[in-house]
Design a protein around this ligand. Structure first.
Ligand SMILES: Nc1ncnc2c1ncn2[C@@H]1O[C@H](COP(=O)(O)OP(=O)(O)O)[C@@H](O)[C@H]1O
Ligand SMILES: C[C@@](O)(CCOP(=O)(O)O)CC(=O)O
Length: 412
């Protein structure tokens, strides 16, 4: 959106969270995992503003309790110069985020933050990482162009719980990169370089690739060596399949699965659950390897069922396909339980769902965290309401949502 008088732009972008549908834990041992976008989203608004005193960037991140005002002039002077373009790889531009010298760019951002904000280290870790990620992407994108930047106000909120394995960090990073790229496109379309068509309503595939790669760099800031599945799922939406050592693959399956996402309210640490499986495997290698193989088969078969469900072909018996999917969810949960990563709270959720004839599986690392209950379209509303009521009564948090919706989107 353009304010005609002052040439000031406002951009608004949203991105989903993600859950793992199949392949948690077995993916660590080279099997296929399938992640899917979640109906719960993060949203960002970037607003260019006139600043009559000192130009600033104001950042409002309510989910991590951060309200920050950075002076624009030193941000540009220190972070945009020398230009990133002639970096070690010699090829970097905002369109090639994988060519950035990640470590040296992040070092530059960290040095700047310590300089501009002497008590930077006193911030909480999540606040620090969010601020580092913002400056990393902002200066990475705009610092590789000659476009002038103006004062701006940035506000980013989310429906996702932070740090619960539903992809809040990737959703945050995808929003950030998407909005900054959209702002860049708009500025380019009216400036000297009328390269972009301002009327395009959403990101094209090439732009999505670029957004996903910037978000991957942010995930590196938050997590060290991420697999790349979260940023790909939050960018492209729908289903993403992943195998260690290869790039995540976006599956163009248009589907819309209804689920209850149930928070067991038992905190868990992914690293500890992964270790638990490794120890079990040391003692029972052949048995555990067979379980991991079975998880792989379940992931592949479930993908085929989802393809059928989304094909819209009239010869497909939807009810039977949903039943098959439910069977695979149950099987996957039991395989994970056999690996030792379920929890009495997750079993209680599953028991309540089964009593209503619904399938349920844990998602992510297990040992607590979230479970998902599949709601086929034929499920009576009264069944969903009564299960929800029962789960709430037992102290769980419940959100009814959909899986498989759109990835990063421009909000009009
Ligand atoms: N809405 C948000 N606003 C600001 N920062 C966010 C937001 N969502 C996520 N983050 C950042 O991502 C980090 C959470 O990452 P992580 O622990 O991997 O959680 P998740 O499993 O939900 O992705 C937070 O510490 C914070 O730095
Ligand atoms: C258990 C594991 O397969 C998935 C962890 O998922 P989450 O971060 O808890 O959603 C670990 C991994 O893939 O790194």
């Amino acid at each position: 959106m353009l304010n005609g008088i002052d040439n000031l732009y406002t951009v608004s972008v949203s991105a989903p969270g993600k859950v793992i549908l199949h392949g948690e834990h077995s993916v660590v041992y080279g099997k296929t995992a399938v992640a899917v976008s979640l109906g719960l989203r993060s949203s960002i608004v970037i607003k260019e503003v006139n600043c009559h005193v000192e130009p600033t960037i104001r950042i409002h991140l309510p989910c991590v309790g951060l309200e920050e005002t950075l002076p624009l002039e030193p941000t540009v002077r220190i972070l945009f110069h020398p230009k990133l373009e002639p970096g070690i790889t010699g090829k970097f531009s905002w369109r090639l985020p994988d060519k950035i010298d990640h470590e040296s760019h992040l070092r530059r951002v960290d040095e700047f933050l310590h300089q501009i904000r002497p008590n930077f280290d006193a911030l909480q870790n999540n606040q620090k990482n969010s601020l580092r990620s913002f400056l990393y992407v902002f200066s990475g994108i705009f610092g590789s162009t000659t476009l002038p930047v103006k004062s701006m106000e940035i506000s980013l909120g989310s429906e996702l719980t932070i740090g619960a394995g539903t992809g809040s960090s990737a959703s945050f990073a995808v929003c950030l990169a998407g909005a900054l790229i959209q702002l860049l496109k708009l500025k380019m379309s009216t400036g000297f370089d009328a390269f972009y068509d301002q009327t395009s309503e959403d990101f094209n595939m090439n732009e999505r690739e670029i957004i996903s790669e910037w978000a991957y760099n942010c995930e590196r800031i938050m997590h060290g060596i991420p697999s790349g599945i979260d940023n790909a799922t939050c960018t492209f939406g729908s289903l993403v399949s992943f195998k260690k050592g290869s790039k995540p693959r976006h599956l163009d399956i248009k589907m819309d699965l209804r689920v209850l996402l149930v928070d067991s309210r038992v905190s868990r640490e992914t690293r500890a659950q992964v270790l638990k499986v490794a120890v079990l495997r040391q003692r029972n290698t052949a048995a555990v390897d067979h379980i991991l193989d079975a998880c792989d088969h379940v992931a592949h078969t479930a993908t085929q069922v989802l393809e059928k469900l989304s094909s819209g072909k009239c010869e497909i018996n939807m009810e039977a396909e949903y039943q098959h999917l439910a069977e695979l969810w149950d099987m996957n949960h039991c395989l994970l339980a056999a690996l030792g990563v379920s929890h009495p709270a997750l079993e209680a959720i599953r028991g309540a769902a089964r009593a209503k004839g619904l399938a349920c599986k844990l998602t992510g690392a297990g040992g607590g965290g979230y479970a998902m209950v599949l709601i086929p379209p034929s499920t009576p509303r009264s069944t969903v309401d009564s299960l929800t009521g029962q789960l709430l009564e037992n102290g769980f948090r419940v959100k009814e949502t959909r899986l498989g919706g759109p990835g990063v989107s421009i909000e009009m």
